[in-house]
Write a protein of this length. Structure first.
Length: 236
C-alpha cells in the first residue's frame, strides 16, 4: 500500500522525515564549524595583540623563541640581557673599575687592572709583623678592605706569594718555596676566616724567590721582592 497523495504514487512519510532530519543536521554542523572558526580567529587576534605588547613573537618549528622589546623596561627577552651570570660579570667588571679608581683605598697604588680582573700588589712590610709570616694589624686591614669589597661579587681570589733570596733563611724556613707558601696561607686564611670569602673561591700560589722585581743585593731590593700579589678574576 502506498502512502502518497495526489494523482500518483508518493514516498512514504518516514523517508521524508528522515531526509529532513539529515538536512537539519548538516546545516547544524556547518553553523558550528563556522562559529568555531570565527572564535579561533578572534582569540588569535586578541592573544597575538597581548603577546606583541609584551614583546614576544610566536615561535614555529623553524623560528627562534623570542624577541621583541618589552614596552616598559626596554630589555630584550631571551637575548641574555636578563641572564644572571651575564649580569654578575657586568657588575663585577664595574666593581673592579671602581676599586681601581677609588683613591680612598690604601692598596690603590699597587693595583693593576687586568682584562678580566685586578692584580693588587702588597709589599711585605705593609702586610706582616717583621720577622714572621703573621699578618700585622695594617696587613689585616688591607686584606679586609679587599675581601669585604668583593665578597658578594662573581670573582675568585688567587694569593701569589713571593720572597727574596735571603730573608727566608733567617726565618727558619726549609726553602724559599716553603716561606712563600706560609705567607700565602696567612693571607688566604684571613680572607675566608675574617672576610667571609668561601674557601673554594681562594687559591694560593707560592713562587719562592723565582720572580724578583728588584735586585737581591740591597736591603731595598729584597724588601720589594717580598710581597703578595692578590689576583681577582671574574668567575667563568
Amino acid at each position: 500500500m502506498s502512502g502518497g497523495g495526489g494523482d500518483g504514487p508518493g514516498c512514504p512519510l518516514w523517508i521524508v522525515s528522515f531526509a529532513d532530519m539529515i538536512s537539519n543536521l548538516v546545516i547544524f554542523f556547518i553553523l558550528m564549524a563556522t562559529f568555531g572558526a570565527k572564535n579561533a580567529a578572534n582569540l588569535e587576534a586578541t592573544g597575538g595583540g597581548r603577546d606583541r605588547e609584551a614583546g614576544v613573537l610566536a615561535a614555529g618549528p623553524d623560528k627562534r623563541d623570542v624577541v621583541g622589546r618589552t614596552a616598559k623596561s626596554g630589555a630584550r627577552i631571551g637575548d641574555g640581557s636578563r641572564d644572571p651570570s651575564r649580569r654578575s660579570e657586568t657588575a663585577s667588571d664595574s666593581r673592579f673599575d671602581r676599586f681601581a679608581q677609588d683613591a680612598s683605598y690604601d692598596v690603590r697604588p699597587g693595583i693593576e687592572r687586568l682584562r678580566d680582573g685586578l692584580r693588587i700588589r702588597i709589599d711585605e712590610e705593609r702586610l706582616v709583623v717583621p720577622g714572621s709570616w703573621t699578618l700585622s694589624e695594617s696587613g689585616k686591614t688591607l686584606i679586609e678592605e679587599i675581601g669585604n669589597f668583593f665578597r658578594g661579587e662573581a670573582c675568585d681570589f688567587t694569593v701569589e706569594a713571593h720572597v727574596d733570596g735571603e730573608t727566608w733563611k733567617k726565618l727558619g724556613a726549609a726553602s724559599d718555596l716553603e716561606a712563600s707558601r706560609e705567607l700565602a696561607v696567612s693571607v688566604a686564611d684571613h680572607l675566608f676566616g675574617n672576610c667571609g670569602i668561601a674557601a673554594p673561591r681562594v687559591s694560593i700560589t707560592s713562587f719562592g724567590a723565582s720572580k724578583p722585581v728588584a735586585g737581591n743585593d740591597t736591603a731595598v731590593g729584597r724588601a720589594r721582592n717580598r710581597r703578595v700579589e692578590l689576583v681577582l678574576r671574574e668567575r667563568r
